[in-house]
Design a binder for this molecule. Structure first.
Ligand SMILES: Nc1nc2c(ncn2[C@@H]2O[C@H](COP(=O)(O)OP(=O)(O)OP(=O)(O)O)[C@@H](O)[C@H]2O)c(=O)[nH]1
Ligand SMILES: [Mg+2]
Length: 298
């Protein structure tokens, strides 16, 4: 495997090479370290989109990606366990379609499974994002369904976390899961064609103002028509610029360093083999898991 050549091809934006690089890294191919060490990673916005099932996350990703593509930006989308399909057909443009291209070279979509990973996000997600950066994408969007841990986890990989909500009766704002106020950099009140949207957005703004660490912007959208998407794009840019040198960026980087180190240290941990060994020894008198764990200390 010529890793340097692969790295060059990824940097040149070759679709097949990007897909190949991601697969190799996801599968922890021995040697992919060479590729990872060759990556150039400009500071482009990584946007996490999270929220409850059916809130309209994929529809918003669809519209945002379309908006950016129309502005001649290259967009990568990572869907973690997508349950609803994207509908990028409309974005391809007649000219491209007529030329027989079924994919827009400025758009790359990748699905990642969330299975077998720490905290709900796929374990290859950090590397996949960095491969996209190397490949010259201008925007990277990660969609996760906000159930359990994943909405908190997304805040650890995205520069800007967008939490998508839908208008409910006023009291519902109180019921937003704790932790969401802290992770949201931008709130979207989608399905603003529904009654009570403005009122809900108002309540959310009040809550955002009370937040101690930062005040999230609240944007109303109708993803099915594209209303509010330009404002959302602006809110994301504003947040990204405010991040450039702020403390949070270095907290994220530190967190990422921790994950990379943890992954490396765990690389030769064979869970199946250890289960077999533990079956033999764990019931013996005097067995102590902490003592046994010392065997793995470096
Ligand atoms: N009325 C209305 N419907 C919308 C709007 N945005 C999305 N929808 C509809 O809501 C449904 C769910 O939209 P998705 O974009 O798939 O939502 P999602 O959050 O990605 O859903 P999951 O990935 O399954 O969690 C679809 O039928 C959309 O057409 C909106 O602004 N107004
Ligand atoms: Mg979806």
């Amino acid at each position: 495997m010529d890793w340097q050549l692969l790295s060059h091809k990824v940097k040149a934006g070759e679709t097949a090479s990007i897909a190949r690089a991601i697969s190799l890294v996801e599968n922890n191919h021995p040697g992919c370290q060479t590729l990872l060490e060759s990556l150039e990673m400009p500071q482009i916005p990584v946007i996490g989109i999270t929220g409850p099932p059916g809130a309209g996350k994929s529809s918003i990703v669809n519209e945002l990606a379309g908006y950016w593509l129309n502005n001649n930006l290259k967009v990568a989308v990572i869907a973690v366990d997508p349950s609803s399909p994207f509908n990028f057909g409309a974005l391809l443009g007649d000219r491209l379609r007529m030329a027989g291209h079924f994919t827009n070279p400025n758009l790359f979509i990748r699905s990642l499974s969330s299975r077998g990973s720490l905290g709900g996000l796929s374990s290859g997600i950090l590397e996949t994002i960095d491969i996209f950066k190397h490949a010259g994408f201008d925007r990277i969007i990660v969609e996760t369904v906000g159930v359990g841990q994943s909405e908190v986890e997304i805040a650890g990989v995205a520069d800007t976390t967008v939490v998508v909500t839908v208008p409910e009766s006023g009291d519902e704002v109180q019921a937003l899961k704790s932790g969401v106020m802290e992770i949201a950099d931008v709130f979207v009140v989608n399905k603003a064609d529904r009654e009570g949207a403005a009122r809900f957005a108002g309540h959310l703004r009040e809550r955002a103002r009370e937040n101690k660490t930062h005040e999230a912007q609240v944007i109303e959208t109708i993803a099915t028509t594209g209303k509010g998407i330009e404002e959302l794009s602006k809110a994301i840019s504003d947040h990204h610029h405010s991040m450039a040198n702020n403390a949070r960026r270095f907290i994220l980087l530190t967190d990422k360093l921790g994950r990379i180190i943890a992954k490396r240290r765990m690389a030769d941990f064979d869970a199946e083999k250890q289960a077999q060994i533990l079956q033999q020894i764990a019931n013996k008198p005097g067995f102590n898991l902490y003592v046994y764990a010392n065997k793995f200390s470096q």
